[in-house]
Design a protein around this ligand. Structure first.
Ligand SMILES: [Zn+2]
Ligand SMILES: [Zn+2]
Length: 311
C-alpha cells in the first residue's frame, strides 16, 4: 500500500504499540515485492527470536524452497505459504494460503493462472505507460526489477523514477499508477470462493489477510467472511501489523460469531519500514480459536505457549 504523509488528524485514533511475538504468519521476500531474499528474511526472523514463520509472497511459492533450506539451518519452523489476490463484489481481497504440505494439488494450476494474470496486467500497464512517454516500458521495468518474477506497479514506478519522468515513487503513483490513473490496470483475479477452493483442496488453510485494510464497512466485512466461510475458508488475520485496538476487539467479535480461527502476521516487506518480523499490535484475548489449533497445522502445536496463550 502506498503511504502518504500522515496528517495530525489521521494519526488518531492511536494504534497499539509494537508487541514482539515469536510467531509471524504473513511476510514477503524478493520472490514477490519484498526487499530481502528468502534466506535473508529467515535469518532476520531467527535474529529476532522467531520460532515459527510463514513466507507468504504474492501469488507465488517460488521462494519457499530457499526459505525451507535456511529455516532448517537456523532451526525455525517454516509453514510454506503465499498470499493470493482475489476479488469479491468488485473489491480486491487478499487471502493468505498456509500450505503445510507445500505446493501441491489445485494450487499448482492456481498459481500458474495468477502468474498469467500478472503478466497480462504488466503488458497492459506497459502499453499505457508507453503512450504517456515511457518507451520500452516493459524492458525498463524488467531491468529495474532485477529478476524474472511477474512485474507489478512498484516495478513500473521505479522505472518512471529512474527514467526521470517523475521525481520520486510517490509521484509515480500519484500521476501514473495510482487509483484511477492510466497505469491502474485491474488484473483478472479469481473470485474469492475459487481461490479458497484451491487452497482447501490442496491441504491448506485459507486466511483472510488484513481484513481491516480492504476498505469495507463492518457489515460488508461480515458478508465477506460469510462468503469466505461458505467456500471452505476457516481463518482470518485478527492482527495484521499495526491496527487500532478497538477495531481489533470488534473484529474478534466477528470471528467468534462465526467460529473462525484467528491468525497473526506483520505483513513485513522491507527493513526500515515500521513493520518488522514478529512485530505487530497486541493480539487480544478472545474466544476465537488460535490458528495453531487448526488440525492441518500440527506444526504449530509445539509453538511456545507464552505469547501464544495471549490469544
Ligand atoms: Zn495483502
Ligand atoms: Zn502481504
Amino acid at each position: 500500500m502506498l503511504m502518504s504523509q500522515p496528517s495530525a488528524r489521521s494519526l488518531s485514533p492511536v494504534f497499539d504499540a509494537d508487541q514482539r511475538y515469536p510467531v509471524d504468519l504473513h511476510m514477503h521476500s524478493t520472490a514477490s515485492d519484498g526487499a530481502l531474499t528468502p534466506t535473508e528474511l529467515v535469518t532476520l526472523c531467527a535474529e529476532r527470536g522467531l520460532t515459527h514463520m510463514s513466507l507468504t509472497d504474492h501469488d507465488t511459492m517460488d521462494g519457499i524452497e530457499e526459505a525451507a533450506r535456511a529455516a532448517e539451518r537456523v532451526g525455525i519452523c517454516l509453514i510454506p505459504g503465499c498470499e493470493l489476490s482475489t476479488r469479491w463484489q468488485g473489491v480486491s481481497i487478499h487471502v493468505v494460503a498456509l500450505m503445510p504440505g507445500g505446493l501441491q494439488g489445485a494450487m499448482v494450476e492456481g498459481l500458474l493462472q495468477q502468474r498469467e494474470a500478472r503478466i497480462q496486467r504488466a503488458e497492459v500497464i506497459a502499453e499505457r505507460l508507453e503512450k504517456v512517454g515511457l518507451p520500452n516500458a516493459l524492458e525498463k521495468a524488467r531491468f529495474h526489477a532485477g529478476s524474472d518474477r511477474p512485474l507489478g506497479r512498484p516495478d513500473f514506478a521505479r522505472a518512471l523514477v529512474e527514467e526521470g519522468l517523475v521525481p520520486d515513487w510517490a509521484s509515480a503513483f500519484k500521476r501514473y499508477l495510482g487509483s484511477g490513473k492510466k497505469g491502474d490496470v485491474k488484473a483478472h483475479w479469481p473470485e474469492i470462493s475459487e481461490a479458497v477452493g484451491w487452497i482447501v483442496d490442496s491441504g491448506g488453510v485459507a486466511v483472510i489477510a488484513h481484513p481491516l485494510r480492504h476498505g469495507l464497512t463492518r457489515r460488508k466485512r461480515g458478508l465477506l467472511m460469510d462468503t469466505f466461510q461458505a467456500a471452505g475458508g476457516q481463518a482470518v488475520e485478527l492482527v495484521s501489523g499495526q491496527q487500532n485496538p478497538d477495531s481489533t476487539r470488534d473484529l474478534a467479535r466477528q470471528l467468534v460469531e462465526r467460529n473462525l480461527y484467528a491468525s497473526m502476521g506483520s505483513d513485513f516487506h522491507f527493513p526500515g519500514s515500521h513493520a518488522a518480523p514478529g512485530s505487530m499490535s497486541l493480539v487480544p484475548r478472545t474466544a476465537a480459536p488460535p490458528i495453531w489449533q487448526h488440525p492441518r497445522l500440527v506444526h504449530l502445536r509445539d509453538a511456545p505457549a507464552g505469547p501464544l496463550a495471549s490469544v
